[in-house]
Design a protein around this ligand. Sequence first.
Ligand code: GDP
Ligand code: MG
Length: 765
Amino acid sequence: MLKFALAGNPNCGKTTLFNVLTGSTAHVGNWPGVTVDKKEGTYKKLNVPVSVVDLPGIYSLSPYTPEEVVSRNFILDEKPDCVINVIDATNLERNLYLTTQLMEIDVPVVVALNMMDAVQRRGEKIDAAKLEEKLGMPVAEISALKGQGIRALMERAYRAAKQKRAGRTVLAETPLAHVIDDVRIALDGKETENALFHAVKLAEGDELEVKMHPDEMKMVAGFKKQAGKELFGGDFEALIADARYKYITSNFSAVVERTKRAEKMTKSEKADRVLTHRIWGIPIFLVILFGLFHLTFGEDFLYLNAIAKLFTGGAGFAQDVDAGGEVLNAFVKVFYSSAGISTPGAILFNLTGFVCDQIGGGIAAGLENAGAAAWAQGLVNEGIWAGLSGVLSFVPQILFLFLLISILEDSGYMARVAFILDRAFRKFGLSGRAFIPMIMGFGCSVPAAINTRTLADEKERVMTNRVIPFFTCGAKAPILAAVCGAVASQYTSVNADLLVFALYVFGMAMAVISVAVMRQTTMRGEAAPFIMELPDYHLPQFRSLMVHLWDKLKHYIKKAFTIIVASAIVIWFLSNFNWSWQMVGIEESILYSIGSFVQWVCTPMGFGLQLGTFGWVFVVAAVTGLIAKENVIATFYVLVPAIGAVLPGWDDGESGIGAVVALMQSTGITWQALIAFTVFNMLTIPCFAAAATVRGETPKGKFKWTVAFWMLTSYLTATAVYLVLTWWWTVFIVAALAAGFIGFIILRNRGAIVCKKKEKGAVSK
Ligand code: GDP
Ligand code: MG
């Protein structure tokens, strides 16, 4: 089968084109570094099927990061029949830099001028015929987004693939042409493939190449000795880059016909004057983030009720519903409650809860009527269904949050966030590059950890992998939502949305602090330089938003019906059977004995021995969370019936989240401890899948320290949170300890405190 590779700068639309060609749903985002690994698909509209490979974006063929290596190696080693060089036509000159390198390889290349729709919208013109003539390679105008020109592109690529093409270079007029040619001939003599390309890279002093061809490198070194100093002070890499740019400007500038309008400040630039403002950038980001959480978790839409209260002497307009009839009341409550008008996220959550209740009731009645055995009824109602509904009831609300985050991503704003955060935290050793995977962590830690391949510096990669879980993922969001709901219902003065927001920001702050500390201790060094082009803002694409959501939904459903159901069944068994496999009440169950045995561990965090008989549910929930974070809340859902059965004064009418909150409260847990519990779950070892990914993305030997880091950070932080919230004056103790710790680091870094190990080393020398 013919094989075409899509190569080009980051963010030029390769993945969009790939999706159009192959019907895939690969992740498209308006920022560089979204694709980190190659992805294959098939294009079927030519006479023969063609395999198409989407590659990570590259600016040049001298890679710095692991994902860039993927692209280079694919193009050189896997011998695609044609390279489709995707170019962002709104940035022609800069994109052509890579083209001048691709053309040095002996492989057919077709240039796809993408984003022609945007070029036309700006009123610019590109003379494709002239470009084609000057490049000596076929050029096709397309819009991947609109699906225009795709067929013609593929036909040209197909024709090109049938012919041989020898590499050409634009460096023929430079002082280096001679030595490049000599090296090429030498390599040719050894039957090296792509001799011209390797010769140029050797002249640049590309590390990989120098290692591969030491003999030929001597030729370059000899030339450098003779003529070196006069030419760019011997910096041939800079000389070559300069020559490429000069060639591009003198030959290709004329193909673009710019309008006066385009030279004026674009809308994006205007927006950026505000959104990336030196001082206001971060506050604006926080406000936007809060808006997200308000719309997702708030119960008082736009705080209308709170505002009404100001004018009505505290009465407000919201009150409990009484439309008559239980089901009708429950339904009306979906949209409106004593807190106010529900926000879109709250409506989704209430609605799903309502539907789940109806389904659960239906299943229970069905089993009862069919005369199923007691254990079977328990297993289905209290095990399987409770676990499932504990996850599914949050899915629409979390999807809504994802929708909002995807809108920010696709509009181009998230790339700005990396830029703003880089400016603020660079002095602490964090770079904007590292913030991109962290922000992706809001969705799921697994792709976020994979995205750390875009980081060139190994230390930075390790640190980022460690703190990615601190950016609360979609699976942890229900923990926050449920716990904050519980807190809000105990203390009506706190708003759930505000609390969720505060916890998200707390997690981000912990990430920044952790990296700053590691930069001073185990991972010394400065933040790598951060250069990223800011993509233009654009309206989010409806189709690509829906594709994101659909992917997420599939992921949730799959997880719910596999891992979560399995965990729920296990929990149900352990909480209904004793060690000799007889069905018993919860107080004699296996889970009870294990839970009570380990409960003390959590005492410093406020959910250990100070709680009542069933206080161990929190430990059990945290442990099941190691498999998947959805389990934390699902576990409560499963345990509600068994525990409710033996609790005096338990209201059987409660179901769903209401019953979970009641169960939490029955343990006697304080709101402070509930928050500590959430913090612990946010910072501790992430789910199994995320931990395994982090392990794969970090060098050998670092993983055990990473696990230790997660355990220690979560335990200590949750303890501090509990103490400070419960007894405010403990803030002095915590602050003193923190100051002592920081002081120790500073002194140690200045050499005032010498590490024992070093002393020993010095003596033995
Ligand atoms: P990649 O990094 O090269 O894979 O680029 P993506 O496919 O992820 O696309 C980057 C951004 O460019 C996304 O926001 C796309 O919606 C946008 N984009 C891609 N192709 C086009 C196009 O033909 N026209 C316009 N206007 N935008 C496009
Ligand atoms: Mg991509």
